[in-house]
Design a binder for this molecule. Structure first.
Ligand SMILES: [Fe+2]
Length: 209
């Protein structure tokens, strides 16, 4: 097997990975309670559909048949995500877990696209490099956005929903819990303000009421 054949194989693997994601992303969007997170999943679904078209252009540029190769890696990541969605967690805790699942998918893709780009560059497939780089940039941007959503609002909201049990008594009194939660948020408010998390926090607070 030549490096060229190996590259075509990897691209077919990615083609299947993207196709699987077009089925998984609507489920993630449906399970998300945070509006910004849901929008991020919906936006990435649209991008993923374009990425599939882009991969078809890659096959064409290489003079290869458009064909998918079963991608066990992405199938496993999606299966784990499906298990996560069945967990008994709601609100921000589920949102935080959905981000964890989605970022695994993004990182898988970032690794695979990076490799294919490098191999295509090495073999002089300029058009293929340009096409794959567009997708890689979208994957990186999605990953970054998910990190931003987690760090600026969702993780903190998940923690405030009672995610930390060590050394704490269960507090049944909602008022106390809310007061405690807002205190926890205050500690990071400066960092969040710079990331524009105010709107999301207000929404998260609305849902708790
Ligand atoms: Fe993708």
């Amino acid at each position: 097997m030549t490096l060229h054949e190996m590259m075509v194989d990897e691209i077919r693997d990615l083609y299947h990975a993207e196709k699987q994601l077009t089925k998984a992303l609507p489920k993630l969007a449906k399970a998300a309670t945070n509006d910004d997170l849901r929008e991020a999943f919906e936006m990435h679904l649209e991008e993923t559909q374009e990425q599939i078209t882009r991969l078809e252009e890659v096959f064409e540029a290489l003079g290869e048949k458009v064909k998918a190769k079963p991608c066990a890696g992405m199938a496993g990541i999606i299966e784990e995500g499906n298990d996560t969605m069945k967990e008994d967690a709601d609100g921000a805790v589920m949102d935080a877990a959905l981000i964890a699942a989605a970022q695994r998918a993004e990182h898988y893709e970032i690794g695979a696209y990076g490799t294919c780009i490098e191999w295509a560059r090495l073999m002089g497939h300029t058009e293929v490099v340009a096409l794959l780089e567009q997708t890689l940039e979208e994957e990186k941007a999605t990953d970054k956005k998910l990190t931003m959503l987690a760090e600026s609002e969702i993780n903190q909201a998940a923690l405030a929903e009672g995610g930390h049990e060590d050394g704490e008594e269960e507090e049944e009194e909602t008022g106390r819990r809310v007061a405690k939660a807002s205190g926890a948020r205050k500690q990071t408010s400066r960092r969040q303000a710079s990331k524009g998390g105010t709107r999301g926090r207000a929404k998260a607070a609305d849902r708790r009421r």
